[in-house]
Structure formats: C-alpha cells, structure tokens
Write a protein that binds this ligand. Structure first.
Ligand code: TYM
Length: 340
C-alpha cells in the first residue's frame, strides 16, 4: 500500500450526452465536501465513453465542458485531483491484467451491459462487455477507500470488491502477507441516489436520453427547467406522498426537491399536505433553478478559458499518475513481471 495519510475517494463520469441533475444530485454534489477528509480524485472517463460511438469533435468539446462544470459545481482543482482517464495509461494497463482475474459469468450478469447492448444492437463491442473491468481498474489503482456514486453503480462496485478480494487472496504471500489492493466501499447518498426521468419516472434520468423533456440538464435555462418540471408526469391520485412503486412521478419530484433544498422528504410531505401537484412542481422548479444559478454563472466564465482548463488537466494527470503508477508497479511485481 502507499504510505498515505488520508483515505482516498475516487469517482468519475462518462463524457457522453449532457450532465443532468441526476449526475449532480447522485454524484457531484456529494463529492464537494469530501476533500476535507479524503484525498479526492475525480475523472472524466473518456475510455469508457468510446464503448458507444462518439463524434471526436463533440467528445473533445464535451470533456472541456464537463471539466468546467465540475469546477463550476464547486470542485476546486487545488483541493481535488481532476483528470482525464486516457491521460493516465495505468488505467488501460491494469484493466488488461484484471481481465485475467474476472470471469465471463460475472460480466454476463451486469445489468448495465444488458441495458446498453439492448440499446446499441448494431455495436455490441467487446469494450462494452469489458467496461466494468476498466472501472475496477480505475478504482483499485488509487487504493480507493470510498467511491461516491449513484445507486446504478452499485453492481459495478460489488464486482470491484470481488475482484480485489480474489486478487488479494491469490497474491497475499507474494506481497509479503499484505493485501495488494485496498477493498473499496460504495458511498451512496440517502436522497438523490436515483433520480428518475420526468416523463418516464419508472426509469432513471440519463444524460444520453433521446427525449429532451425527460431530463433536466445542468445548462438548461431557468425557463426550460421550469417548463420541463411543470410538465412532469404524475398520477391521478392527487396526494403528495413518497411511495416510489405506487407514485413514481410524485416521489421523484419529492426526491429532487429534498436533494436540492436540503429539507427531508417527511418535512416536505407535511408541508405539502392537502396541496395540489402544481404547488409541488412550482417549488421543485424554483429549487432546481436556484441550485443551478451559481453553477451556470461560474460555468460561463470558466468555459472560455481553455488554456486554464488544459493546465488543470495536465496537473491532474501528473498527480494521478504518481499514485496510479505506484500501484501498477506493485501489481506487476507480484505477477512476476520483470521490472522495467
Ligand atoms: P455515469 O457517467 O453514467 O454517471 C455518473 C454518476 O452519476 C450518477 N447518476 C445518477 N445518480 C442519480 N440519479 C440518476 N438518474 C443518475 N444517473 C447517473 C451515477 O451513479 C454516477 O455516480 N461507470 C460510471 C463511470 C465510472 C466510474 C468509475 C464511477 C467509470 N469509472 C470509477 C466511479 C468510479 C458511469 O457510467 O457513470
């Protein structure tokens, strides 16, 4: 293990589509305070993004856009390591090694693979199948203790733990009785871990959704946000209660309002008792607009400064590589590879 003082947090987002309030409430917002207790690493996972066809020009611009949004949301590059996955070659290299310690059966069970291969029937490539192993490598390279993600990443985290434990058991003696990898824990927020689509509240809100009105994007204007939330699908029952199975649309609005305002769901149910859905929608739209206002203002300043963003990425890649390379070396040593 590295001689680290503070435990490590690592997470990442695929630069595909546009960032949604699902990504913000399920992930980014929860990353913000962690630098106080942890060494934090946040990536743009471009290697993962190409498992689905991407337009090169769009992908490049989107990476700058996402980085500017990370910073605009409040991730200070001086306090967090912000980097692009492809800038740290150790990710692809460890991924290959871990392919040899992951079973086909384990990958076959991954629900994200099933969903994505159903959506992209003309491009079910090996990378799409192997996607979780690259994610395992991302996490294990940094001796990560905690991985702050939304609910949909739980299964990938379970795989990460299984692969780490398996590898540690095989090479325990070879590594002087010490585990090679730290076994990470998922960190999933109590509210906002699964924001659902506004038009289809039984499926999660997704940045690569084709239906514009199903998602609220971080860069949507206040008018657009308000319109989308006011048109959100609800039900005919008329009562404002949190009951996801029975009332998915209303429950989703309550989750969004709770996660953006900080007020508990129980307090919101009490506050809106006897009121109509219109009141809940107005309050939710207002809370989302308020929450995104400072993010959008800061984003517009940052996005123009390409040289500044490039400096952040260069510095991030150097800092990330230091830790990742040390882990990769440890892995190569226990495997019996000749040192370079
Ligand atoms: P991605 O890009 O799909 O999503 C990024 C983060 O946003 C969360 N999220 C949501 N949370 C709540 N409600 C939603 N509707 C919603 N949609 C997305 C996700 O849970 C995630 O935390 N495989 C990962 C990226 C990745 C990664 C990693 C994450 C690659 N390597 C290492 C952590 C550690 C993914 O595709 O996330």
């Amino acid at each position: 293990m590295n001689s680290v003082q503070r435990p490590v947090v690592l997470s990442g987002i695929q630069p595909s589509g546009r960032l949604t309030i699902g990504n913000y409430l399920g992930a980014i917002k929860n990353w913000l305070p962690l630098h106080e207790q942890y060494d934090c690493y946040y990536m743009l996972v471009d290697l993962h993004a190409i498992t689905v066809r991407q337009d090169p020009k769009v992908l490049r611009e989107r990476c700058y856009e996402f980085l500017a949004l990370y910073i605009a949301c409040g991730l200070d590059p001086a306090k967090n390591v912000l980097f692009v996955q492809s800038h740290v070659p150790a990710h692809a290299r460890l991924s290959w090694v871990l392919n040899c310690y992951t079973q086909m059966g384990e990958l076959n069970r991954m629900t994200q693979f099933k969903d994505k291969s159903a959506k992209h029937v003309d491009n079910i490539n090996a990378g799409l199948f192997d996607y979780p192993v690259l994610m395992v490598a991302d996490i294990l390279l940094y001796d990560t203790a905690q991985v702050p993600v939304g609910d949909d990443q739980k299964q990938h985290l379970e795989l990460t733990r299984d692969v780490a434990i398996r590898f540690n058991n095989i090479y325990l003696e070879q590594n002087g009785g010490q585990p090679v990898f730290q076994v990470p824990e998922p960190m999933i927020p109590p509210v906002g871990a699964r924001i659902m689509g506004l038009q289809e509240p039984t499926a999660k809100m997704s940045k690569s959704d084709d239906a514009e009105t199903n998602s609220v994007y971080l860069l949507d204007t206040p008018d657009v946000i308000t319109r989308k939330i006011k048109r959100a699908v609800t039900d005919m029952d008329g009562s404002i209660r949190y009951a996801p199975a029975e009332k998915p649309g209303v429950s989703n609005l309550l989750s969004i309002l709770s996660a953006t305002s900080g007020e508990s769901i129980a307090a919101l149910e009490a506050r809106f008792a006897g009121q109509g859905y219109g009141a809940l929608k107005s309050a939710t739209a207002e809370a989302v607009v308020e929450c995104l206002k400072p993010v959008q203002a800061r984003y517009n300043e940052l996005r123009e400064d390409r040289a500044g963003l490039q400096r952040v990425l260069k510095d991030g890649a150097e800092r990330a590589s230091q830790r990742a390379d040390a882990t990769l070396k440890r892995v190569h040593d226990v495997l019996g590879f000749i040192p370079q």
